[in-house]
Design a protein around this ligand. Sequence first.
Ligand SMILES: CC(C)(COP(=O)(O)OP(=O)(O)OC[C@H]1O[C@@H](n2cnc3c(N)ncnc32)[C@H](O)[C@@H]1OP(=O)(O)O)[C@@H](O)C(=O)NCCC(=O)NCCS
Length: 167
Amino acid sequence: MAIKLNFEIRQVEANERPLIAAFLEAQWGSVQMVSRGRIHLADELPAFIALWDDQMIGLVTYQIDGDECEIVSLDSLMVRIGVGGALIQAVVQQAAYHCCKRVWLITSNDNLSALGFYQRRDFRLVAVYQGAIDASREIKPSIPLIGMDNIPIHDEIELEQWLYPET
Ligand SMILES: CC(C)(COP(=O)(O)OP(=O)(O)OC[C@H]1O[C@@H](n2cnc3c(N)ncnc32)[C@H](O)[C@@H]1OP(=O)(O)O)[C@@H](O)C(=O)NCCC(=O)NCCS
């Protein structure tokens, strides 16, 4: 049965950066996100938040680089009511507004639910970067060795959504 809760999605404002940092620390243990060997300070990136009853219940951070947009982090605290999907939609719309051709992201090999979540939202698998997270762990030692469903975390998986026909 579908649950209908009214939450709001909006861009993060400059004075909310400490709140964003605290949220990321709570979810990921750090504001640092490593993807493709690059360190992002996610609390400084453009972001959308989801609010319900003035409580922050979700966050997506992203980085637009030329005609590509990377989703750097995505978190929902009230799952299965549409928050994650709405945050992704907000980034895709923003990427289209900035004439990006592609929205892409990295997830870890243990995150089977995210792989399903993104593929059900028009993202396609691009590549597996074997051992990339083992390498990232050298930069960010707080990355756990064991992840969801007791799966050892080793590899980055790239997914993408093309906003215009691939050229
Ligand atoms: C992955 C994640 C962001 C999904 O967030 P979410 O808020 O649950 O996402 P949604 O509610 O939009 O969608 C989740 C499911 O709930 C269902 N759903 C959405 N609204 C619903 C509603 N009103 N009633 C019932 N079910 C609903 C959706 O159909 C969806 O299922 P589907 O993927 O089979 O389509 C969340 O699980 C999360 O934060 N995970 C941990 C961090 C993470 O893995 N991030 C991504 C790695 S990059």
